[in-house]
Design a protein around this ligand. Structure first.
Ligand SMILES: [Zn+2]
Length: 169
C-alpha cells in the first residue's frame, strides 16, 4: 500500500514512514501535481482538502483516497491506520522518515567513522537510507519513538463516522 500525502500532512507522512509505509510527500506540490502523482504511481491520496477531493474525485477513485478530519497528526495517524488496517509492528525502521528511502542493513564496520563513537560501541545493528545515506540505529531515540507509537496506537479506534469520508472504489 503506497500513499501520497498533501502539503498539510508532513508530520503524518513522517510517522507513516516510521511505521514503514511508502509515503510520497512534497511540501511544494500543488493540487494537480498531487493528483497526477497518485495516478501515475498508483498511490492512495491522504488529504485534508475537501475541495481537492471534490474537484478531482474521478481521478482519485482510481487508487483511492482518505479525507482526514483532524488537524492533529496523532488523530490523522490513527484514522489512517484504522481505515486501511495498517500493520503497525512488522515494518518499523525499514524506511527513512526524512526522505522515504528504503533502509538497508549495513555491517557495523562500515559505519565506524560515520556515527558517534559511543553509538558505535553500544550498538551492533545499523541501517542506512538507500536514498539520502542517513544512518540509523535502534538507540534511545528510537526506543522512545516506538514507545510513543505503541501508546498512541493502542487506544480505541475513533468512532466518528460522520467526519470520515472515504472512497476506495
Ligand atoms: Zn533518507
Amino acid at each position: 500500500m503506497r500513499f501520497v500525502a498533501d502539503v498539510m500532512l508532513g508530520k503524518l507522512a513522517r510517522w507513516l514512514r516510521i511505521l514503514g509505509y511508502d509515503v510520497a510527500y512534497d511540501p511544494n506540490a500543488d493540487d494537480e501535481q498531487l493528483v497526477q502523482q497518485a495516478v501515475n504511481e498508483k498511490r492512495i491520496l491522504l488529504t485534508k482538502d475537501r475541495h481537492l477531493v471534490e474537484r478531482w474525485r474521478k481521478k482519485l477513485r482510481l487508487n483511492g483516497y482518505l479525507l482526514l478530519n483532524s488537524d492533529d497528526w496523532r488523530e490523522q495517524l490513527k484514522q489512517t491506520v484504522n481505515y486501511f488496517g495498517l500493520d503497525i509492528h512488522e515494518r518499523r525502521l525499514t524506511r527513512c522518515p526524512n526522505c522515504n528511502g528504503v533502509l538497508d542493513e549495513v555491517p557495523k564496520e562500515a559505519v565506524r567513522y560515520r556515527v558517534p563513537f559511543f553509538v558505535f560501541v553500544q550498538h551492533e545493528h545499523f541501517a542506512q537510507c538507500s536514498q539520502c545515506g542517513k544512518i540509523y540505529w535502534a538507540g534511545s531515540h528510537y526506543e522512545r519513538m516506538n514507545a510513543a507509537l505503541d501508546e498512541l496506537l493502542r487506544e480505541e479506534p475513533l468512532k466518528n463516522e460522520n467526519a470520515n469520508e472515504v472512497d476506495n472504489s
